[in-house]
Structures are given as C-alpha cells and as structure tokens.
Design a protein around this ligand. Structure first.
Ligand SMILES: *Cc1c(COP(=O)(O)O)cnc(C)c1O
Length: 397
C-alpha cells in the first residue's frame, strides 16, 4: 500500500487536464455544451463534474479523490461543513419509523441533529455507552438501520471499539458511520476495520489551517453515489474555492498530524505528574482507561487532550488567560494551538446532568495543539499553570 504521505500528494494526479502543477480552481457555477446531445451527456450519469456545480465540479472532484485515498475508500463526497456531511449521510440512510443507535459521548451537533431533526421526522434514537460494545448489541431493535460512532470523542477522549461495533452491525444488518475528525485518517482508518462510512469535519485536520468550513464522507462507490444523489436535493455542497483550499491543506496532512502526535505525547507525559493537574485525558497515556484499545486501532494519538485543572472553574479560567500563545477558540486539528473551557461554554445550554454525563467538569480545559515546537508548547502551558497557582493562592483576578 502506498503510504498516506504520498497519497496526499498524488492521489488526484490522473485528473490533471493541463500541465499546471497545482489544481486549477474551476470557479464556475455551470459548464456549457455545443449541442443538445452533449448537454444531455454532460448532465446524465452519476456525479457529473462538468454540468452544474451542485452536481459536481472538477476541483471538488479532485479534492474528493484525495479524501477517498486517505481513508482507503472507493469514493468520497465533499459537503459544506462537517454537520452537512453527517446530516446528509443520515438523511440518506434512515427514514421515518427507523431506529438509530448513537454513542452517548458524541459531537454536540450530531446529538442535536438526531434528537431534534430526526426525532421530528419520526426516527427513534437510542444513546449507549460506547465503552461497552455489548451496549450497542443490546440496543439493536428490528428497525435499527444505522449506528453512529465517533472515536476518540473530545473533550474527555473516550474510545469506541470500531472492529467490535462493526461486527455487531453487520450481524444485525445495520450500517455504521464513524466521525473520524479527531483521529484524522493519518491516525485511524475505520473502513479498514469494517466500518461502512467515514465522516469528517474537514474544517479540522484535513484542511488544517482554520481557513474554511468543510465536510467529507468516504466509503464504497455504491454508498457514496446514493448520498451524492441526495446531496443534490439537500444542497449543502462544497464550493470550488473551498475544495481548492482543502486540497492545498491536505497535501501536508501527514507532516502536520505527525507533529500533533509528537506534541500531544510530549505535553501529556509532562502534565501527567504536574501538581496543578488532576488528570490528563489523552489516549496515548498508559493511564487512559482505554489506552490498550486506542493503541490497537490507532497509529498515533493526535494533539487534542482534556486537562482537569485543580481548583475548578476559576483555576481553569485563569489558566487559559495565562496562556500566551494558545488562542481561546473553538475547533481542533489546526496549525495553531487552541484552548477552550467547555464548562463555561456549555453551562447555560446543557443541564447539570448532561454536563456530568459528558465529563464536562468545571475544571476541564480542552487543548488542541498546533504544529508549534514541542518545547514552546510545554513552556507556555507549564508557565500558565504556575501563574495560575500563584493567582489562586493570592486570590487575585
Ligand atoms: C467540528 C466537528 C464537527 C462539525 O463540523 P463542522 O465542520 O463545524 O460542521 C463534527 N464532529 C467533530 C468531532 C468536530 O470536531
């Protein structure tokens, strides 16, 4: 198998229709034809790329080809955001009266879509604890069509056993979709483990530069064609310009994720024994309760982690304020280092019970490390923890 580093550079080269080294941006809504016959030919068949850009576009098709190669899928489809990718997939695979099983730690947007839109359309949804594959099997019902997974799931980095759940789904005739955003295809390739469909917020490590919103799906040609058909009705497609940005971002994904992995291990190990830290949620640490499973299905552990700061909400807040290079911003998997305080963000929208169920304690901080030098990250974080405890003891700020 060609390495992922190489696929990211060359997987789309048979698309080249001129000698430009970099893919051109086909910034056009439509394509012309000379005759009625040619017009008909351009518009028919699956996934035309030179008819009307909602159906397809040469730049978008090239970026999709790279995503498919990175995930080891036959085909991929690009959409306007990660949420568009997840919702378009679910709206293709499930209909009124069907049953969906979803893991209980899952991206908040996925949960909201299932519990509001899908329930409004008469789809039954059961949430289960993803640490136990048997919980998925117990939840299987006669109308179960789809199992929705995400691993690792930030901010507390729970892991789902992809091979085990894929086998259960196959046995019961259900499809599986995995949100692979946090892992990235460099660290985890669910299709190789028997999963049917991989979804990405390509806003994160696929794009990697915090400059676009994008979503992706990868899987068999048959499945992606079905979802493509529905995407032309739902309309949440990716623009050619965003596809070009995504393509440029993906060329370096292997290098970027490699650095995220190194920075993640280095910082997590440093903080594990730090007196200001109660616990580091990072799947690469032996102390992570599911480290064995993570090591079994991942090639690296990335740059996202949850830190339980001693001293609760105020201490977490002071820590983030004391960071000098990390920006306080949502998103993960970027070139820059980012930090958020999930409790402060979610306290007003989630119930106390819901916060607790998701492991969002007052002292939890989520870090997404960038490609900065590891020693700079470690010194910024440890300095912020030190000034945090000084403030804590002097009662300032
Ligand atoms: C950001 C994110 C999403 C949503 O993607 P958008 O591109 O923001 O729509 C879905 N899943 C995970 C794990 C994410 O981090």
């Amino acid at each position: 198998m060609t390495s992922i580093d190489t696929l990211a550079l060359y997987a789309d080269w048979d698309h080249g229709d001129d000698n430009a080294v970099v893919a051109p941006i086909y910034q056009t809504a439509n394509f012309s034809a000379a005759t009625a016959g040619e017009f008909l030919e351009r518009s028919s068949g699956s996934r035309p790329t030179r008819f009307y850009t909602r159906d397809g576009n040469p730049t978008t098709a090239r970026a999709a080809q790279v995503v498919a190669a990175l995930e080891g899928g036959e085909a991929a489809l690009l959409l306007a955001s990660g949420v568009a990718a997840m919702s378009t997939a679910i709206l293709t695979l499930v209909k009124s009266g069907d049953h969906v099983i979803c893991q209980d730690h899952v991206y908040a947007g996925t949960q909201a879509f299932l519990t509001t839109v899908m329930r409004d359309f008469g789809v039954e949804v059961t949430f289960v604890d993803q640490r136990y594959p048997e919980a998925f099997e117990s939840a299987i019902a006669p109308r179960t069509r789809l199992i929705v997974l995400e691993t690792p799931c930030h901010p507390v980095m729970r892991i789902t056993d992809l091979r085990a759940v894929a086998a259960i789904a196959r046995k019961h005739g259900a499809m599986t979709i995995v949100d692979n955003t946090t892992a990235s295809p460099v660290n985890q390739r669910p299709l190789e483990m028997g999963i049917d469909l991989v979804m990405h917020s390509a806003t994160k490590s696929l794009g990697g530069h915090s400059d676009l919103l994008a979503g992706a799906l990868a899987g068999s040609t048959e499945l992606i064609d079905r979802i493509w058909k529905r995407s032309t009705m739902l309309g949440g497609i990716m623009s050619p310009h965003d596809a070009w940005l995504l393509l440029r971002g993906m060329r370096t994904i292997a290098l970027r994720v490699q650095r995220h992995n190194e920075n993640g291990m280095r910082l997590a190990r440093t903080l594990e024994s730090h007196p200001a830290i109660e616990c580091v949620h990072y799947p690469g640490l032996q102390s992570h309760p599911q480290h064995g499973l993570a090591a079994n299905q991942m090639h690296g552990f990335g740059g996202v982690m949850g830190l339980q700061i001693r001293g609760g909400e105020d201490a977490a807040e002071r820590f983030i304020r004391a960071l000098r290079r990390f920006r306080r911003a949502p998103s993960i998997g970027a070139v820059e280092s980012l930090a958020i305080h999930p409790y402060a963000m979610w306290r007003n929208t989630l119930s106390a019970q819901e916060l607790e169920r998701r492991g969002i304690t007052p002292g939890l901080v989520r870090l997404s490390l960038g490609i900065d030098a590891a020693e700079d990250i470690v010194s910024d974080v440890t300095a912020a923890l030190t000034s945090r405890s000084e403030y804590a003891s002097s009662g300032e700020r």
